[in-house]
Every structure is written in C-alpha cells, then in structure tokens.
Design a protein around this ligand. Structure first.
Ligand SMILES: [Zn+2]
Length: 413
C-alpha cells in the first residue's frame, strides 16, 4: 500500500531529464505516471510501465487524462509579507515618475515600512495569507519570502514571526529571508549609519532568533545601498552562517553582479543593468540569476538581457517578486513575459520556475519529479507545457499537491 499514484498524464514534465538542451532537461513523458509515498516520489515512468510494476494498491489514484502535470512551482523571490497597498502610485508611474523619485518623496518602500511598522503581526499575517493563497492557486508549492519592511530590530523580528505563522497556517513550504538592507529608514541620518546598525544590532539577533532565516539579502543599487555597504553586510551575514542573496543592478549598473560572485551569493536577482563581466563572474561561481520580468513590466523599466545571461552559462530562475510595488501573483503570466519580453524559450521559462528556482534557494529536492524528490506537483487543464506561456492571463491550475497531499483544487466551492 502506498499513498498516491498519478496516471495517464497527457504530458508529464519531470524537469529531471538529462542533456544540454533545455528541451531535453525538461524530461517530458507522454502518458506519464508516478508514485508518491510518505511525501516523496518513489517511481516515475509511463502509465503502461506502472501497470507492470508490483507496487500494490494506492490509497489515492489520480487520472490526469488530457492534462499537463508539472512539478510544483518554486517562487524564489517574493516580498509578500507587508501591510497596506500602493495602488495609487501606479498613476505616478504612468505619468513617468521613477521608482527612485517616488521613494525619495517618502513613497514606495518607505510608505510600506510605515504601514507595516504600525500593523500588528496578526493583521500582517491575515493580509499576507490572502496573497500567499493566490500563489498556491497558481501552482506554487514553495515560496521564498523576504522581510524588509521593518528595518528596525523589533519589526524585522515581527516579520520573521509572521513568516513562521504563515508556515503553520498554509500547506506549502516557506523559505524565510532577512532583507536587512532594503531602504534607509528616515530616523537614520545616512545609509552608512543604518548599515552599521543593521550589522551591529540586527544581524546577530536575527541569526540567534527562533524564527531564524535561511538567507540574508540586500538591495545593491545606486542611491539605495552601495556595493561597499552591501559587501560589508554580506560578509557579516556569512560569518553568522546565513546564506546570501542580493538585489543587483535593477535600475543601474551598481557592481551587484560581480559582488554576488565575490560574496558567494546563492542567487543574484533582477540584473536589469548588469555588465557582461559581472554576469561572467556569476557564471564562474555558480550564482543563479533570478529574473523578475513582472517587475520590469509594472515599473516600466527594461527587461534583463536573458539571452546574454543564459549564453554566459548562468542558471536562470524566474520569480514573481510579489510586493507592494509589483503585485504579481501568477508564475504562468511571468513565463509569458519571459518568452515575449526576454526571449526565453517555453522550456527555459518552465525550468525557471521549477528546477532552476529550487537552485536559487539552494534546494536539491524541489523543482523536479524524480526518485527522492518532494511529491510536489500541479495538474494543469492544458495539453502541454508550451501552453503555459502561450495562453496569457487565464487560470488553468486544476489541482496542487505538496508532499503528495492536495493543497488546492479548482473543483472546490
Ligand atoms: Zn525584491
């Protein structure tokens, strides 16, 4: 007796194929089947092969006839824990005001920081849970979540606690990241003064906390935090045993990509304006590039140069960057942008939300379906993976499973 068998998938994309070409790495199996027991995949093949196996009976058998089945999506970059919203800033952006100018006027991150500091943990958890549920409905089974709207110890701790609460409330896996350098709060005279505070007061306390994060992150950008400031901060993070991530070169070339390589970051994210030598350095150190085309779209800035980053040999992941600035909830929509806006192929875009996204959060058991992987998968009412980026704006997720347990079904209610 085992927990679950899925059979008859029109197209089972395991993201566990071998070969150099992305299409080969997808590992597409027609009439696909797999078996999950105790939360893990124990067998993968065709339905015909499964009928010849002597596995015994499954507690639950799912017939995925006519449907596409993929691994559960991994969203490696979100800021979904915050209070309030900033929908009215959209008009300012439309009129041509830049992200940094909105920030300089006390809007943007600074405004969300004020709202988030004022809100109770319970209220933030409630507001965030609604956003998290949207991601799950869109096929996401693992979500990286950054803090960063506290920027003082008590409030950053509050956000880490909210992430732990959400972990208990939701049926999916959450990966907490401490975003210590996001924006300098108004009570500090300079970014330098704030960076000193973050390194001296916040990092050690966060690293000792019960709700200890997995990653430490910073926003390396002209006019936000300099390369030197980020370098100091990442070094201090590493010394406390925290793995590192970086927001790099989103609006201007700020030396973020080369710093990611130097500081041995697991991922460098955004990379809209990175120079080729920085990208080359990332590739040689195995830093995963996380591209966020939804943010480029809503902020009205250029897309990252995905073909160049791929050609350099970087592993490319995609994320929603769900935040009060870019409230993007659909990986499928981001895949459309990746193909249409950044010239990535459908295969590259799907690997971006599965295998490569798992790499961006340093997990080798997620983002694929193979023996020993997590039993996280999505059944889509689509005939094949190319339809994911091809059909824009619809909702085709039928069922979502994490560890072999159903966490969402579109058939309910
Ligand atoms: Zn971000």
């Amino acid at each position: 007796m085992y927990d679950l068998a899925l059979v008859n998938a029109a197209e089972l994309v395991t993201c566990n194929g071998s070969g150099k070409a992305e299409e080969d790495r997808l590992g597409v199996i027609r009439d696909g089947a797999f078996v999950v027991d105790d939360g893990r995949v124990v067998w993968v093949g065709t339905t015909k092969e499964l009928s010849r196996k002597a596995f015994g009976k499954a507690r639950r058998t799912i017939d995925a006839r006519d449907n596409l089945v993929t691994p559960g999506f991994v969203d490696p970059h979100t800021h979904l824990v915050f209070a309030g919203s900033r929908e009215d800033e959209l008009e300012r952006k439309v009129r041509g005001e830049s992200y940094t100018s909105i920030l300089a006027s006390g809007g943007g991150i600074l405004r969300t920081m004020r709202d988030t500091r004022r809100a109770s943990a319970a209220r933030i958890a409630q507001e965030s849970m609604e956003r998290l549920t949207q991601l799950v409905k869109n096929g996401v089974t693992t979500i990286e979540i950054k803090t960063g709207y506290g920027q003082r110890l008590a409030d950053e701790m509050k956000l880490l606690d909210v992430i732990s609460r959400l972990s208990r409330m939701s049926g999916v896996e959450l990966v907490p990241t401490f975003l210590g350098l996001h924006a300098t709060p108004s009570e500090f005279k300079s970014s330098k003064e704030y960076v000193d505070y973050a390194i001296r007061e916040m990092l050690p306390a966060v690293a000792r906390a019960k709700a200890r994060p997995i990653f430490s992150d910073c926003f390396c950008e002209e006019g936000v935090f300099s390369r030197d400031e980020c370098s100091k901060y990442l070094r201090a993070s590493r010394e406390l045993g925290l793995a590192c991530k970086i927001h790099a070169d989103e609006f201007s070339e700020s030396g973020g990509a080369s710093l990611a390589a130097e500081a041995r970051c697991v991922s460098a994210d955004h990379l809209g304006k990175s120079d080729p030598s920085g990208i080359q350095a990332m590739a040689s150190r195995g830093v995963t590039a996380v591209l966020l085309p939804g943010t480029s779209l809503i902020s009205g800035i250029g897309y990252a140069n995905a073909p160049e980053i791929l050609a350099a040999g970087c592993s490319v992941a995609l994320g929603t960057d769900l935040s009060p600035n870019s409230w993007v909830e659909s990986p499928q929509f981001v895949m459309s942008l990746a193909c249409g806006g950044m010239r990535m192929t459908p295969a590259q875009s799907l690997l971006g939300f599965t295998r490569n996204a798992a790499q961006a959060i340093a997990r080798d058991d997620l983002g694929f379906l193979g023996i020993g992987s997590a039993g996280d998968f999505v059944i889509h009412s689509l005939p094949g993976y190319r339809f994911l980026p091809y059909r824009v704006g619809g909702q085709y997720v039928q069922k979502v499973f994490r560890g072999g347990r159903e966490v969402f079904s579109s058939m309910e209610g």
